[in-house]
Design a protein around this ligand. Structure first.
Ligand code: SAH
Length: 228
């Protein structure tokens, strides 16, 4: 089953962009996922093809119009579309690996990428857009946020990652950050690979990795430990 991604944006030429190379790009070429970047402006109706207007109540910037965006959403996604409709937004719930895995297990996503000050509140309500944030900072547009979300989903699709195991031990799966990695050379600028990793004792290696994961998580992300 193909994971179908539709992105509504004022800058469709930004896609597939980085999603066209490496893992995600190969998976796109292989039909494991599909991507449709649709221009919101194609749904503008006035002579000037305007998509935005000044904020009601005053203040800086411009706001994407509800009527234009609703028409764009309706053209991209019929009422019985089973895919969740997401709006990239700093006001949304922060994206988690758990939510990513959830989305990756579904039929795909319809994503609205905002621009300017954001979009008219009424279209969020009328089209039931779920606001999703990729972190507590402000980007100039939702496209890069949409790419981050899609990238995180795509690498979890069956057949995308070379080693199916690598998803299971990663940061956040199991609520911990990942343990440190090492590879050749055996000694780098006087630093050796920890002995346990070259001991061949798989029980000891697993215990060391687990302890490192817990130590790093306690040090850097005590909030994750509290959540577990
Ligand atoms: N005025 C808004 C910010 C608008 S930024 C506010 O203060 O909340 C313009 C667009 O960039 C947003 O509509 C959204 O689609 C996107 N964006 C910015 N920061 C984001 C973030 N942290 N996560 C997801 N999308 C973001």
């Amino acid at each position: 089953m193909t994971f179908r991604a539709t992105v509504l944006t004022l800058f469709p030429e930004m896609f597939p962009g980085p999603l066209g190379i490496s893992l995600a790009g190969r998976a796109l070429a292989d039909g494991i996922w599909s991507l449709e970047a649709r221009d919101i402006r194609a749904s503008a109706t006035d002579r000037h093809r305007s998509v935005d207007d000044t904020p009601a109540g005053g203040g800086p910037g411009m706001v994407i119009r509800a009527d234009v965006l609703a028409a764009a959403i309706d053209a991209a996604s019929p009422a019985d579309d089973p895919r969740p409709r997401l709006l990239m937004s700093p006001r949304g719930l922060p994206l988690t690996q758990e939510r990513v895995a959830d989305l990756a297990a579904g039929p795909g996503v319809v994503i609205v990428a905002g621009r300017f000050e954001g979009i008219d509140q009424r279209v969020i309500e009328a089209r039931r857009l779920e606001e999703v944030s990729i972190g507590d900072y402000v980007l100039s547009g939702g496209e890069i946020a949409a790419m981050a979300l899609l990238d995180a989903c795509i690498r979890l699709l069956p057949g995308v990652m070379g080693n199916a195991q690598s998803g299971a031990s990663e940061s956040f799966s199991g609520g911990l950050l990942e343990y440190p990695h090492y590879t050749r050379p055996q000694v780098f600028e006087g630093r050796a690979i920890p002995d346990v990793l070259t001991s061949g004792d798989h029980g000891k290696i697993a215990a060391w990795r687990r302890a490192e994961s817990e130590r790093l998580t306690a040090e850097r992300r005590p909030d994750l430990l509290r959540k577990r």
